[in-house]
Ligand binder design. Structure first.
Ligand code: FES
Length: 183
């Protein structure tokens, strides 16, 4: 007869999600480190792509930090996300240079084409649409990025074409692509 520690055979545990175990290890590593919460949250974000509640509860217990404080930190820093992101993350720069070149109309068009609000993910989980501050490429305004790919001098006509690249999976392999002409 199996005791409670033996009820799972090795083939069942082989495909087990071990991310929480990794989280516990990072918590141990940062337990007595001042400001250790931020690196732990970074690690969780890398592991999951966002900060799931079950992992944050483990952090709360492990670091002895209240959940309210963890949520406060997570929502303060823009690089943390409390919701799962889509397969592709689209960011449109609303910094001054991009804004005066019409980036608000670009983000509005994207929101309409994707039927999603800014800051949210499409119902099929394909795209997350976000607004961002200056990306440091003001000379290419208006600028948007899809994952790590940069599109500059984006026009309203480019929007559908760029989305189609990702919908069809036929992405241009260049890492820095300018949507407009003449660059
Ligand atoms: S304002 Fe958009 S890249 Fe600088």
């Amino acid at each position: 007869m199996l005791n409670s520690d033996e009820k799972f055979c090795c083939c069942e545990s082989a495909g087990k999600d071990d991310r929480l175990e990794k989280v516990k290890t990072v918590i141990e590593d940062n337990k007595n480190v001042r400001g250790g919460l931020i690196p732990v949250l970074h690690h969780i974000q890398e592991l999951y792509g966002y900060l799931p509640e079950e992992a944050l509860k483990v952090v709360s217990e492990g670091l002895d930090v209240p959940m309210t404080e963890i949520y406060g930190v997570a929502s303060f820093y823009h690089f943390f996300s409390l919701e799962p992101k889509g397969e592709h993350v689209i960011r449109v720069c609303l910094g001054t240079a991009c804004y005066v070149k019409g980036s608000q109309t670009i983000i509005d068009r994207l929101a309409r084409e994707l039927s999603v609000e800014v800051g949210k993910t499409t119902s099929d989980g394909k795209f997350t649409l976000e607004a961002t501050r200056c990306l440091g490429a003001c000379g290419l305004a208006p600028v948007m990025t899809v994952d790590d790919k940069v599109y500059g001098r984006v026009t309203l006509d480019d929007v559908r074409r760029i989305l189609d690249e990702y919908s069809s999976g036929d992405m241009n392999s260049d890492n820095a692509v300018v949507a407009g002409e003449g660059v």
